[in-house]
Design a protein around this ligand. Sequence first.
Ligand code: BEZ
Length: 255
Amino acid sequence: MGSTEFAQEWNAARYATNARFVADMGQAVFDLLNPQPGERILDLGCGDGALTERIVSAGAHVVGVDASSDMVNAARRRGLDARVMDGGSLDFNSEFDAVFSNAAMHWMKRDPDAVISGIHRALKPGGRFAAEMGGHGCVAAITVALCATLQERGVPNPAGLIPWYFPTADEYSARLERAGFYVESIALIPRPTQLPTGMRGWLDTFAIPFAKSLPENERDEFLNEATEKLRPALCDAQGRWTADYVRLRFLAKVR
Ligand code: BEZ
């Protein structure tokens, strides 16, 4: 998940409290990867290594990379081979049977083609790329609430602060094909997701690039205002919050 792009900051302890569900909901993309004993697999955006560890348990040799040193340190504490590396400048050549990524590539907004060509370069001939990321329309309501609240507070061009890349299946397929992949499957999957620590927990973890456009003493109030905008749409009568997630899940192979 880690990326050095925009102003997102990663804190492994905060992530574990507010966002453990991200790895917990990774079963479908794990199944799509279908790791085999003895395979060499790259986990791109490994975060604190919760899913990396599961791939290792399947008998694969896994290298995890993440742009956040805090996340990489958390992954190393699990005994994993984790390295600090930016998704846009992957430094591997024809050495992996598969590349895996969960909930990370939407943070790599600046140059998606550089990310994809680094993955292609990292794979052996015939290697596979199994991934899930936010897709077109993901957290749309949350994004609108954050931008509208910033606009009310006089921040110019809040849309320019959106740190996420949420492509359609068509757009992403075209990028994969251009980079030399054959796309076996790709689909946008709406997945309303319950938030264990509510909208404030989610915003505290993921909306940092928006909050940082304001002076520190205004950030808490800003996040409360955005939360209240979202309450009628995303909080149920029992006080449970749901985020409007849409996933893009795909399997591609080196042509
Ligand atoms: C995710 O972790 O899947 C995610 C993070 C921020 C925005 C949307 C999705």
